[in-house]
Structures are given as C-alpha cells and as structure tokens.
Design a protein around this ligand. Structure first.
Ligand code: 3HC
Length: 687
C-alpha cells in the first residue's frame, strides 16, 4: 500500500503531501496523516513554514461523504483544522483541481493560499442537503463579505482561481505546472519577509458593515424563495451567516455545528447524499469495463427537425460536433433551425454564450432533405413521429445509406427498439438514445440496449452522455423504458382521481407541496392537451377539452384559465367536462383527502418501479431514482421514488396498495418484489 502522506523539507519549508485517490477526500486516514505531518513540521527545526499539497488530480475534494451517518473517528475535521490554524509556523495551502467543501474549509484555515489558474474552490455542501460544517460559513464571509458568501454557499457554485484571487479567497497564483515549487517559494518569501500569519477567524471588516442590517438576509430570502422552496439547507446556511455577523467567531462556530448536525440528521440530506452516489453508480454497467472498445463519434446526423430533433442536435453542437439535420421539406428544416437559433440567442441574452459562440454552433449545422447526406455520419439519431411503421421506414432508409460501423439510434419514447432494429440488416448497431424534453436542457439520457445491440455501442453511448453533460441511465427494452414508464402511471392515476370527483387543483397542490415544480394537470396544460390525448382511443376529459378548442396554455387554456401573467385558475369548463365524462362512463364519485391523493398518485409509481426491477429493465433501483430526478424533476430531496418509498416504509406502501386494489381493482396489485422486500424488512433502494 502506498503511503498516504509524504513529508519532505526543501529550502527550509516542510512539504506535507497527501495522496489518497481518487479525490483526496478527508476520510479518517487522511485526517490523521494531515495532523501527523503538520505536527512533525511544527517540531522540525529544519522547517520554517509548512506547505500542504495533494498528489493526484485534485486538492481535498471535501469530507469523505461515505463516512456520513456513521460515528466519526477522531480526529474529526474540525480538530484537524484547529491543529493547522494554531500551528506555530505558517501553513500554506497549495491548491490544484477542486478544493471543495471540507477541502476548501481546510484551505481557509491555512494562513495563506496559493492556487494554479485552473483550480476551483467552493462549498458545494448545499447539494448534499448540508452546510459547510467546518467553519466555512464563518470564515468565507470574513473574506469575501456577506452578500457574496450568501450567494456562493447557498448555490454551492465553485469559483475559478482568478475569481478567488480577486475576492481574496486565495492570495496568489502559481504557474499551472509548477505548483509545488511556487508554493515553496511563496512560503519562503512570506517567512523571509516576516509577513504576519493571517488567521481568517480574526478578520472582522467585511462583517462589521452588515451588523444591525438584517434586511440583507430578508431580501436574500425573498429573492430566492422559489429556488429554495422545499429545501432545508439554504435556510440553515443563511442562519449561519447571520450568526457570523451577530456573534463572536467561537459562538458562530457553535451555531454552525448545531445547524449542521440538524441537517446531517435530516432525511433530506440522506436523500441527497444517496443521489450523489446513485448518480455515479448509474454510469457503471456491469459488463462494460475500461477495456470495452468504443466507436468514434465525430459527425452526427439527426432525423427530424422538430422540437425534439432540434434540442438533440444542440447537445452535439454545444461540444463542437458537426450535425446534419434531416427533414422532409425545406420549410420544416428552416423552422427547426430557426428554433435552434432562437434558443442560442436567448442563451446569449442571458450572458451564457457570446455572439461568437452562437455563430460557431450555428455554423456546424448542415441541412438536408436527402438521407444521402447522412452517409458519412458516425451517429444517426432518429427523432421522427412516434409510430412503429414510420420508424421502421426511417430505419430501412438509414440502413441503406449509413456507413459501416455507424451507430443507428432511435429517440423513441415507448416503442420496441428490437422491432425497429429488425427493419435493418444490422440490429447490432441499433440502440435507443432517449432524451427528455426539452432535450437541450433536461439532463437525463436513457441508453436503451436492444436484444442484439453490441457492447461497444452501449459503451460509446454511455461515454457520449458524459461529453454532452447528460446523465446516462442504462435501460432494457420495454414499454416506456424507465422514466416514462413509471411516471406515466402518475398521470393515469391523476386522471382517474379527477374523474372520481377530486379537483385537479387539489391534485396539483398535493404534488406541488410534495416538491414537484407543478402538478400533472398544470403539466398537461403546458405540454398541450392535443399532444397528451393524441393516442387515446377512449373518451377523456383532455380529449373533450381539445374538442372545445381548449388546447392548454398555448390556446384558450385547458384545465386552467390563464391570465396575461400566466396565473392559473381552475376552469369551470374543465370541471363541467370532467363531470360529463365521469357521468357518461358511470364513474362513482369518491372523495379523497390529501394523504390519499398522494398515495394514489405516487405509490403506483413505486410499484411500477418494482416491476421495472423485476423485469430487469433497470440495472438497479437507484437508476430509477436518477431517471425520475433527471428526467422528470422528481424533487431531489426526496431521493427519487424508490428511496422515498424506503423512507415511507415498504410495509405501509404495500398495505395501502392492497387496500386500493380492493377498492379500485387489479392495477394497484403490489408487485411481488415489493411484497417480498416489505416482508423481509429490506430497503428497495439498495436493490
Ligand atoms: N467523499 C467520498 N467520495 C467521493 C467524494 C467525497 N467527498 N468526492 C468524490 N468521491 C468519489 C466518487 O463517489 C467517485 O467514486 P467512484 O469512482 O467509486 O464512483 C470518485 O470519488 C470520483 O468522483 P467523480 O466521478 O465525481 O470524479 P470527477 O473527477 O468527475 O469529480 C469532484 C471530482 C469534482 C471532486 C466530484 O467528485 C465532487 O464534486 N465531489 C464532491 C465534492 C463535495 O461535495 N464536497 C463536499 C463534501 S461535504 C463536506 O465537505 C462537509 C464539510 O463541510 C464538513
């Protein structure tokens, strides 16, 4: 085993190098070794100052998240930081990669900080439902001021070394490839010039100006209310910074500790920490290894210039890959490219892109109505109308012109990919690459492996997702794959409840309060009732609303009426329509309270998730959670349907499903796997 810590002295400076791959997380061994190194240097007569530096790809990436929720072995991080801050010799943090969370807090305890230009520093704990618990909320505002600290800590956004140099979070920049030497020289110079050892805890200037001005916090809360809705961590972070302003450093640290512990014990943080690991797990496919080959993807073809095709194309343009966009007519292509340009120009208006970048992306698009234009594409993605005969026809055409080895992908949402593949002579080259609308924004990409899809293609698709900054989830073929399959159940149950006389406004409110950005009926209105009801063969309320020319938000309102500011009020017309359809179908009116609304909508999602697992469509339960979070904005602090189910209790869910089965029929029958797990007292999210 390699040593975690290396101790050297050069030019009178002790260099304590920590090396704990992959990211130098501050686990027990790392903490112990930091203390050992600093104490050794403190008593080493040959050392005038100390540099703490890391080997590998990054400075400390934070506390070791896998230790959370377990008893902490001494020394804990705070104790380590005290040793550093109280060291009798100056300590310089030498930063490369990402100094995050506890890693950045450690750097803030050092007396000086030097970083390479590419380094990033930040306090991302909020993303784990936590707050910086090792003094970050007390030290950072002392350096960068209250408004900047509020913004950085509640967003978790890391900043680059240049920005950190400007706001004082780092003191000096090193050459990109000479951090060690520059840090030694920096420590030497500070020592030779007897520069005072800076202790951040002693600074007060940036806090004093906010004393007696609570409005800075109130305004911040108000401004961000929508963004923070449902989350506990941002409020606790604000309280910590209030404490930094109002209290002494030591009292502020005490307050930070209390508010940190409160979050650490919360279900929200447990959920968000689970999601952190689940997201990384999703990238792993058991039969794919580092040795699995990949196919090069340098040119992309997208068939269908509609909203979906355009959004898909943008993902590749964004990373500089040329895209050939195909549609049946020049008008359709012009319309499609117009939408792409508008999207880019909006991004430029918001300052997310420069005008030059917009033109660079647009310049990568080639338009064509002839499939022949795809003959040199490495990857062709079909995003045409969702119909099996249409898709098969498209695939036969692609098969005729695509070069050998090209990846032939379908963006179908529900259809059988094996059947689509059968329209080609190369089913091994066919795969599902399934985006979620809007495809340029939603982070989920389902990689759907068909019966015959070759492994190198699956591998290529999984890796490609990373390049275009999507989260890939591996799925097998089955109606709706993962996210659409489990979430469709929620929409179906919402419709049923409404027909039983429960107000759509109540259903939407319960879903909103659970943490979704909007409930199903608001979502139907947004998508368009004409789109929702397109494939329905039976009479539905949505279909009837369309017959009355109510298409949703885009035309005359749908379930809701909308004023000029898009404020929604439940439409009396919609209520009439629902009553009429219910009466015609002879549906019994059964009231439901909020608790039942929640159970009727979301327990079937959990149940469907269990079936997806039973059928082997998803590799693991956490993939279902990631798919729902990234594809449907399932509130991250609930951990996704499967993690949430464990927090509710599987036995409770099973018995409620059985009750619903008795009252409303077979569709609520709990999946065998769910019953089995509940009986065994096991957690389904660990499957
Ligand atoms: N603890 C434990 N494991 C960690 C970790 C951490 N803080 N950070 C990363 N890892 C693990 C990952 O799980 C992954 O493991 P795997 O290979 O077995 O799947 C491995 O390290 C590599 O991580 P990534 O795949 O994410 O590597 P990247 O190079 O893409 O990203 C990173 C590197 C930017 C450092 C990213 O891993 C990251 O953002 N890490 C979390 C940073 C963080 O949130 N820090 C705060 C922790 S909480 C804290 O410090 C509390 C304190 O205030 C008291």
């Amino acid at each position: 085993m390699t040593e975690i810590m290396k101790y050297e002295v050069e030019n009178g400076i002790a260099i304590v190098t920590l090396d704990s791959p992959p990211v130098n997380a501050l686990g027990y061994d790392v903490r112990r070794n930091i203390v050992e190194g600093v104490e050794k240097a403190a008593s080493d007569a040959a050392a005038d100052a100390i540099v703490i530096i890391c080997a590998g790809r990054t400075f400390f990436a934070g506390a070791d998240i896998s230790e959370f929720g377990k008893p902490m072995r001494e020394p804990d991080l705070r104790a380590v930081l005290e040793v550093i801050e109280n060291a009798p010799k100056r300590v310089v943090a030498a930063i490369h990669g990402t100094a995050l969370g506890g890693g950045f807090e450690l750097a803030l305890c050092c007396h000086h900080r030097i970083a390479v230009p590419s380094a990033k520093v930040g306090l991302p704990e909020v993303n784990l439902g936590l707050l910086p618990g090792a003094g970050g909320t007390q030290r950072l505002p002392r350096i960068i001021g209250v408004p900047a600290a509020l913004a950085l800590i509640t967003s978790g956004r890391p900043i680059g070394a240049m920005e950190a140099l400007e706001n004082g979070a780092v003191d000096a920049l090193a050459s990109e490839d000479a951090l060690r030497a520059d840090a030694i020289a920096f420590a030497r110079k500070l020592t030779d010039e007897s520069t005072p050892m800076a202790r951040v805890r002693e600074l007060d200037g940036k806090l004093a100006e906010w004393r007696g001005k609570p409005e800075v916090f109130d305004e911040f809360r108000k401004k961000n209310a929508k963004r923070f809705r449902g989350f506990k961590a941002p409020e606790n972070i604000i309280k910590c910074i209030e404490a930094a302003v109002a209290l002494s450093f030591d009292e502020g640290m005490k307050r930070e500790r209390e508010l940190f512990v409160e979050l650490m014990q919360s279900t929200q943080s447990a959920a968000q920490r689970y999601v952190f690991f689940a997201e990384r797990q999703a990238a792993k496919v058991p039969d794919i290894s580092k040795e699995t080959p990949m196919r090069p993807v340098k040119k992309v073809g997208v068939i269908g210039a509609g909203t979906m095709g355009g959004g898909i194309a943008m993902n590749f343009l964004n990373i500089g890959l040329p895209v050939t966009l195909i549609d049946q007519t020049q008008e359709a292509l012009e319309r499609g490219i117009g939408v792409i340009r508008r999207n880019y120009e909006n991004a430029a208006k918001k300052g997310r892109m420069s005008a030059g970048q917009v033109e660079a992306c647009m310049g990568l698009i080639t338009l064509a109505t002839d499939y022949q234009a795809l003959s040199d594409a490495d990857l062709v993605i079909e995003a045409v109308f969702e119909s099996m005969p249409v898709k098969k026809d498209v695939f036969a055409k692609i098969d005729a012109i695509a070069k050998d080895g090209a990846i032939l992908a379908t963006n179908t949402s529900y259809l059988d990919i094996d059947e689509i593949a059968s329209a080609t002579k190369r089913p091994q080259d066919v795969i599902g690459i399934h985006f979620f609308s809007p495809a340029n924004i939603m982070p989920l990409m389902e990689v759907v492996r068909g019966e015959k899809t070759s492994l190198d293609i699956v591998n290529t698709a999984m890796q490609l997702a990373k390049k275009i900054r999507k989260t890939a989830v591996h799925a097998r073929v089955g109606y709706g794959f993962i996210a659409n399959r489990v979430m469709t159940v929620r929409g179906k149950q919402a419709n049923k409840l409404a027909l039983q006389g429960v107000s759509p406004a109540d259903i939407d409110r319960v879903m909103y309060d659970y943490g979704f950005a909007m409930g199903p009926f608001r979502m139907f209105d947004l998508i368009g009732l004409d789109v929702i009801g397109r494939d329905s063969k039976e009479k539905t309320a949505s279909g009837e609303l369309v017959r009355r020319d109510r298409l949703g938000q885009k035309k005359n309102g749908g379930y809701y009426d909308y004023d000029e500011n898009r404020n929604a009020t439940l439409s009396p017309v919609a209520l009439d329509v629902i009553r009429e359809v219910a009466a015609e179908k002879g549906i019994e009116q059964v009231p439901a309270d909020d608790d039942e609304i929640l159970a009727r909508l979301l327990y079937p999602v959990v149940n469907e998730g269990a079936k997806v697992l039973e059928e082997g469509i998803a590799l693991r339960a956490s993939d279902i959670d990631i798919a729902c979070i990234k594809g449907y904005n399932w509130p991250i602090y609930r951990g996704g349907p499967m993690f949430w189910a464990d927090t509710v209790g599987l036995d409770k869910i099973v018995s409620r499903l059985k009750e619903f089965e008795e009252r409303f029929g077979e569709e609520f029958k709990p999946a065998a796997l769910l019953v089995e797990m509940a009986f065994a007292g096991k957690r389904i999210s660990e499957m």
